[in-house]
Structure formats: C-alpha cells, structure tokens
Design a protein around this ligand. Structure first.
Ligand code: NAP
Length: 485
C-alpha cells in the first residue's frame, strides 16, 4: 500500500518488534545537508539497547531458522514489492537526509529492491552436496545452515542499498539481524525496519538500533550471540571491527574504502570515455567507494580528454537534490567540503592546473563545484587518499605498463575502470589490475547479479552475485555410518 514519506520517518529503535527510545532518552539530531535544517531526531542508544536487540534477534532465530527457503523467498518478494510501491516516498526521505538528487535516490531505492528480489531467488538455491563416499557403509552429506544472528553497520553515502545487500542475504539464509545505520542518515535504515514489519517478517528478525557508533559497534562485534558482522564504511573502522570480532572468532565481511583508477588509452573512444568518466566520478557528488579517484590518460589524447571532461563537468547542474533537473547535490557536511578544499589546495601548490570548478559553489553551504585538475602528479594527496568529493585529477602517462603500475600503487583494491579499443590490451590490462571489480569501457558496473567487493585493504567477502549469500551460511559435513551395505 502507498505510504507518505512521513510514514517512514521513524524516530525510534526497532527491537523485538517494538519501537522504543534510548534508555537515557537522549537523541541525535538529523539534518538536511541541502539547507542545514533539522529533519528530526533518532535515539542515541548504547551498549544496553544493542544487547537487547541482539537477544531479540537470538530469540527470533530459534524459530526463523526453521522456516523453509520458499517461505523466506516469498517474504523477500513481498518486501521487494513494498519497496517499489513506495519508491517515491523512500527516495524523498533518502534525498532529505543524504542530499543526493532525487533521480539518484530513486535509482538507489530501485537498486535496493533489485537486491532483495535477487536474494528472494537465491534463497531457494543454497544447495549442499552428496559426496561420493570412500566407505561402502557410509554416506557423506554437506549441508548449508544459517550462521545465526548477524550484525550490519552501514555508511551514510548509500543508506538504503548498502543495507539491502545485507538484509537480503540474511533473510534468504534464515539469519536474524541487528542493524546500525549511519547517524547522519538513519531514517533510510529505520525505514527497512518499518517495511519488514509491514510485510509480515516476524518480530525480532530485523532489529534497528541508532546511536553512539563505537559503543554499539563494540557490543555488536564482541557479543558471543552475534555470529557474523558485515560492515560497509571506512577501512579505519573496518580494521577496528575485525580486531574486536577476533575475540569471539566471528565471520566478517568488510566493504571498505577505495581509490579507483580510470585509465584511458590512445585507442579509446574519447566521447564514450568522457561519458563514463562523468558517471564514475560525480555520482553522489563523488561520495561513493567506487567513484574514480584518479584519471590516467595516455599522452596522445590527454589534451582532448581533459578539454571534454572539463566542458562536461561545467554542464552539471548543482543544487538541492529535491529540485527538478539537479544532477549534483551538496556534500554530506562542512567537514567533507574542507577535506575537498585541502585536496585542491595541495594539488595547486604542487603544479596542478584547475580547468573546471575548484571552489565552493555559489549556493553556499556544503555545495562544491564539479572540479577537474589537469597535470596531476603522484606527489599529490589524491594519489594515495580517497577524495570522496567531486574532484577529478587527471594524470598523464606514456606506456601501458606505467599506467597499470600507477593504478596499482595503492593499498586499496575495490573498483577500477579503463577504456580501450584494443582487445589484446583489454585482457592484458584487466589481468594486470589488482582490483575486485573492473569496468572495461563502462563507468557504472554495480548490479545484484555480480559479486561486489574488493581486494587488499578494500575488504573481505562479496555482496551480490551467487557469492553474496555464502557468508551468511555455515557449511556442515555429515557422515552417516553403520549403513551395513
Ligand atoms: P565510517 O566513518 O567508517 O562509518 C561507517 C559506519 O560505521 C557508520 O554507521 C558509523 O557510525 C560507524 N562507525 C563509526 N565508528 C565506528 C566504530 N568505532 N565502531 C563501529 N561502527 C563505527 O565511514 P563513512 O565516512 O560513513 O563512509 C565512507 C566510507 O565508506 C568510505 O571510505 C567509503 O569508501 C566506504 N564505503 C565502502 C563501500 C564498499 O562497498 N566498499 C560502500 C560505501 C562506502 P556513525 O555514522 O554513527 O559515526
């Protein structure tokens, strides 16, 4: 049934099917980054509320684990339909708290629904094995079982879809969960609680707690009732969670930071590369883990590429996400703008040439101009650090091997992109890049059917694809003996 945006704006935790406040009664303000106005509040919870949510999930698991795959698949289909029925309201809520354009928010909500549908289908395909036995009187079975209670912590940049890739496989596998959304964008996370409740997912299967990150995170990663922790966010916090989870040897899935390179060779279709570059750089105002951080362009087409990229960047319409036609919203907060300014100042001081943007946008607040910096060099900060903003540094290279080497010169390994018209080069470069995901002549590659995730310090595990449910399942080997055969 169609609901209003305000219906999903929940100012309470969901624990064991009850909407409840923090024990202390304290709250956190949630503001709209486009105008700085307060949207509402959410509970400032801590370890005690988290513990109760874990216990509720543990209790719910006792019966939820016995539901059939078909039953869970049907629940997820209903959840998918409820999301799509309310796509507009959920997208408006997302733009209000996160800032991205309404078009992008609708896309994100659509992607959330698509992940849920994918896992509705995968729920029924968690096959085990019957293995040929080396003993005549024994049989060997390998079965898959839900791991139990899982904990999910998500960032502010994709507050809806990052949860769909965790809630979807958890329900599909028969796990129950405790979710902690980012404090700047908690409503899209709480909306998952409301949606699950409305489609009849049993109480306690999905619990949502908002509040003090380190306290909640500590409880989630050390409580022995939690069997798996899945985190999307910075590498820094990911490392803390891995360490804390070691104490009770939990399964961990980590979707962490990136430093995506985007290589354009002399033989590439430049217009297609520029189109891909705009999408891979400025989506969500440059605030995605798979956003291009560094462009490497071969010298023969360098000037033409920079010129076209600058022109296309200048055309992007910047403004409040709820306004019609806006392509780039504000950055999440003032701190993010200051960080982007630091990257630009650092590049300028080392010889970088600003050929588009470069400044705060005239709209003020946390709006920033889409920016292109030519003559980038490896000494500049963005060679090693994630920009997380609308700044496109363009490096020049001569040889293929040099470009691949520079692209790999980072501790991150999430997404990368390259453009070429040469098939042999496509395979050489694809195989040479140390990344979890590669876009060849494509700038946007995320889809539920494919495994999303990184190598090196960009993470552990995969979300989506047939791999996406594996981390929510334990493998059990059963040897049946004494068969007298
Ligand atoms: P963040 O600071 O790591 O925060 C992510 C989440 O962790 C938030 O819910 C945050 O809560 C929580 N958190 C912070 N400190 C914590 C602690 N000590 N223990 C437990 N939880 C803690 O990251 P962010 O700035 O929100 O997000 C940007 C980062 O996410 C970037 O590095 C980006 O590349 C990465 N990212 C990766 C992927 C991927 O799939 N690989 C996707 C999207 C984003 P509060 O909000 O309450 O502080």
């Amino acid at each position: 049934m169609l609901k209003k945006t305000s219906h999903f704006l929940r100012e309470a935790n969901l624990i064991g099917g009850e909407w409840v406040q923090a024990d202390s009664g304290q709250t956190i303000d949630v503001t709209n980054p486009a105008n700085g106005q307060k949207i509402g509040v959410v509970p400032k919870s801590g370890a005690a509320e988290t513990r109760r949510a874990i216990e509720a999930a543990h209790e719910a698991f006792k019966t939820f684990r016995k539901t059939t795959a078909l039953e869970r698949s049907k629940m997820l289909r209903k959840l998918h339909d409820a999301i799509m029925d309310n796509q507009d309201a959920l997208a408006e809520l997302l733009t209000m708290e996160q800032g991205k354009s309404l078009t992008e928010s609708k896309g994100e909500i659509g992607a959330s629904a698509a992940y849920i549908l994918w896992f509705a289908e995968e729920a029924r395909r968690t096959y085990g094995d019957v293995v040929p036995s080396p003993w005549a009187d024994r049989r060997i079975l390998v079965t898959k079982e839900p791991v139990g209670v899982i904990a999910a912590i998500t960032p502010w940049n994709f507050p809806s879809s990052m949860l769909s890739r965790k809630i979807g496989p958890a329900i599909a596998a028969g796990c129950t969960s405790v979710i902690k959304p980012a404090s700047q964008t908690p409503y899209s996370g709480l909306a998952w609680g409301a949606l699950c409740e409305e489609v009849g997912i049993p109480k306690g299967v999905v619990n949502v707690v908002t509040g003090a990150a380190s306290e909640i995170g500590k409880e989630l990663s050390t409580n022995p009732l939690v069997k798996k922790i899945t985190f999307t966010g910075s590498t820094e916090v990911g490392k803390i969670l891995i360490q804390q989870s070691a104490l009770t040897v939990k399964k961990v899935s980590m979707e962490l930071g990136g430093n995506a390179p985007f290589l354009v060779f002399d033989d590439a279709d430049i217009d297609r590369a520029v189109e891909g570059a705009i999408a891979a750089k400025y989506r969500n105002s440059g605030q995605t883990c798979v956003c291009t951080n560094r462009f490497f362009v071969q010298s023969g087409i360098y000037d033409a590429f920079v010129d076209k990229l600058a022109k296309a960047s200048n055309k992007l319409k910047v403004g409040p996400g709820l306004e019609v036609g806006v392509q780039q919203g504000p950055l999440i907060d003032e701190k993010a703008v200051e960080k982007v300014e630091e990257f630009v100042a650092d590049a300028k001081s080392k010889g970088g040439k600003v050929v588009a943007g470069g400044n705060r946008h005239q709209l003020g607040g946390s709006f920033f101009e889409p920016t292109v910096i030519a003559d980038a060099t490896p000494e500049m900060k963005f060679m090693k650090e994630e920009i997380f903003g609308p700044v496109a540094p363009v490096f020049r290279f001569e040889k293929e091997e040099e470009a691949v080497e520079m692209a790999n010169d980072t501790e991150f390994g999430l997404a990368c992109y390259f453009y070429t018209g040469d098939l042999g080069r496509a395979f050489r470069v694809m195989e040479g890049l140390k990344y979890g995901m590669v876009g060849v002549n494509e700038g946007i590659i995320t889809t539920p059917e494919a495994p999303f995730g990184g190598v090196k310090e960009s993470g552990l595990g995969r979300e989506g694809g047939r791999q996406g449910i594996e981390d929510y399942l334990d493998t059990k080997y059963v040897c049946i003996g004494g068969l007298g055969l």
